[in-house]
Design a protein around this ligand. Structure first.
Ligand code: SF4
Length: 385
C-alpha cells in the first residue's frame, strides 16, 4: 500500500478568474506572510498530532501557490520536510500561474530565476494553468497571461531542472473548435511538458460566469462531448496517454499525488477548504483562511464528513481511471463486493462501447472508455446498483 499524500491549500490569487469556484481570496503581502507563518506552525506540529506520519507526495495547490514567492515557499517546504519524513523519491508539486505578476507581486513572476530557486528548494513537479493557446479563449477566461508565456513557462521549468511538468487546458469554451483544440495540443506537445490535464468547463454557482449565464454562449452538452472525445484522441496521438477522465501523461509520468485520490489512499489536506481522507473517514476544513491562521492544531479544524473508503466509493473513484477496477485488487480491498455481479452489470455497456472488460476473476478488469467517461455518473451508478 502506498504512503499517504499531503495537500497544502494556498488560498491567494491576484484577481478572481470568472469561472473559478476554488476557495481563494485577494492576495496581500501581509495576509500571505500571516498565512505562511500559520501553515509552517501547523506543519511543525504534525508529528505530535499524527505520530509516525510519513508521506511520499506533497502537493501545493490553490489559489496560486507560486504567488507566495520563493522565500515563503522555501519556508513551507522546510517545515514540511522536517515533519513529514518525506521519502527520498517524494513527488513535490507546485501549482503556478504563468505570466507577469502585477506589483507588488512582481517577484513571484515565473522566470528562469524563480524556477531555478524553486527547483533547488526541492519542488520537482510543476503544474501551470495554461488553459488554452487561443488568445480569444484566454480573454474569455479572464486569464492574464499570453499563450506564449504559458508555453514558455514549461520550457523555462525544464531548463531549471523540472522533469515533470503539467499544463492545464480547458474544454467546452466559447468559440472553441476542433482546430483550436488541435493547435493547443500540438503547441503543448512541442514543449517539454509530459502531462496535460484537460477539464470541461463547468459553470458553478457563485462564479461570475454563472451570473453572466455564459452557458448560453458556450458549446451545448452534445458539442462538449464531441470536443472532449476529439481532445482525447489528439492528446493520445501526441503521446499523452489518458489515465483518468481528465488526465494524460507521457511515459507513465502520472501525478502520483492525484492518483492517490482515485485509489482511495489516505491523504491529509491542510488549509482552508482542504479535504482529507484519514483512518477511513472524510474531513474538510472551513473556507476561511483567517480562522485557519488563528487555529492551534489541525485536528481542531478538521470537520468530520462521515465514513469514507467503502466498496461503493472505491468503485466510483477507480472507475475514473482508464485502468478501472481490477479483479485482484477489488478482492483484496473489498471482498464484500461480488466481482461476478459487477461483470454481469457491466456486460451491456461493453457492447455499447462505454466500457472495456475482462471477466477473469484473477486478472480481469472493468474500465470505462472515453465515451463512458462522458456519462460516468449515471454509468457508475448502474454498475454499483
Ligand atoms: S482559476 Fe486559479 S488563478 Fe484563477 S482564481 Fe481560480 S485559483 Fe485563482
Amino acid at each position: 500500500m502506498s504512503l499517504p499524500g499531503i495537500y497544502l491549500h494556498i488560498p491567494f490569487c491576484t484577481v478572481k478568474c470568472p469561472y473559478c469556484d476554488f476557495y481563494s481570496v485577494a492576495a496581500t503581502q501581509e495576509a500571505m506572510e500571516q498565512y505562511t507563518d500559520a501553515l509552517c506552525r501547523m506543519l511543525r506540529q504534525l508529528p505530535e498530532e499524527f505520530p509516525g506520519l510519513t508521506a511520499d507526495t506533497l502537493y501545493l495547490g490553490g489559489g496560486t501557490p507560486s504567488l507566495l514567492g520563493v522565500k515563503r515557499l522555501d519556508r513551507i517546504l522546510e517545515a514540511a520536510s522536517h515533519s513529514l519524513h518525506l521519502s527520498q523519491d517524494a513527488e513535490i508539486t507546485l501549482e503556478a500561474n504563468p505570466g507577469q505578476m502585477p506589483p507588488p507581486f512582481s517577484d513571484a513572476t515565473i522566470s528562469r530565476e524563480t524556477l531555478g530557486a524553486l527547483r533547488r528548494s526541492g519542488f520537482n513537479r510543476i503544474s501551470f494553468g495554461l488553459q488554452s493557446t487561443d488568445p480569444s479563449q484566454l480573454q474569455f477566461l479572464g486569464r492574464r497571461h499570453s499563450a506564449a508565456e504559458g508555453l514558455q513557462a514549461a520550457e523555462l521549468a525544464f531548463a531549471a531542472g523540472f522533469e515533470d511538468i503539467n499544463l492545464d487546458l480547458m474544454l467546452g469554451l466559447q468559440g472553441q473548435t476542433e482546430e483550436t483544440i488541435s493547435r493547443s495540443v500540438q503547441l503543448c506537445a512541442q514543449t517539454p511538458a509530459n502531462h496535460l490535464s484537460a477539464y470541461l468547463l463547468k459553470v458553478e454557482e457563485n462564479t461570475r460566469f454563472y451570473r453572466q449565464k455564459v452557458w448560453e454562449r458556450c458549446p451545448d452538452e452534445d458539442r462538449q462531448a464531441q470536443l472532449y472525445l476529439y481532445a482525447v484522441a489528439q492528446m493520445q496521438q501526441a503521446g499523452f496517454i489518458q489515465y483518468e477522465i481528465s488526465n494524460f501523461a507521457k511515459n507513465s509520468r502520472i501525478s502520483r499525488h492525484n492518483f492517490k485520490y482515485w485509489d482511495s489512499i489516505p491523504y491529509l489536506g491542510i488549509g482552508p477548504a482542504a479535504h482529507s481522507f484519514w483512518n477511513g473517514k472524510r474531513f474538510s476544513i472551513p473556507r476561511n483562511w483567517k480562522a485557519f491562521a488563528q487555529a492551534h492544531t489541525l485536528a481542531e479544524l478538521m470537520q468530520p464528513e462521515g465514513e469514507g473508503g467503502d466498496g461503493e466509493e472505491y468503485l466510483m473513484l477507480r472507475l475514473r481511471l482508464t485502468q478501472g477496477v481490477q479483479a485482484a485488487a477489488l478482492a483484496q480491498r473489498h471482498p464484500e463486493i461480488s466481482w461476478e455481479q459487477l461483470c454481469r452489470r457491466a456486460k451491456p455497456y461493453e457492447k455499447a462501447g462505454l466500457l472495456r472488460m475482462d471477466p477473469n476473476p484473477g486478472q480481469g478488469f472493468v474500465a470505462l472508455t472515453p465515451s463512458g467517461f462522458l456519462v460516468s455518473n449515471s454509468l457508475i451508478a448502474h454498475l454499483i446498483g
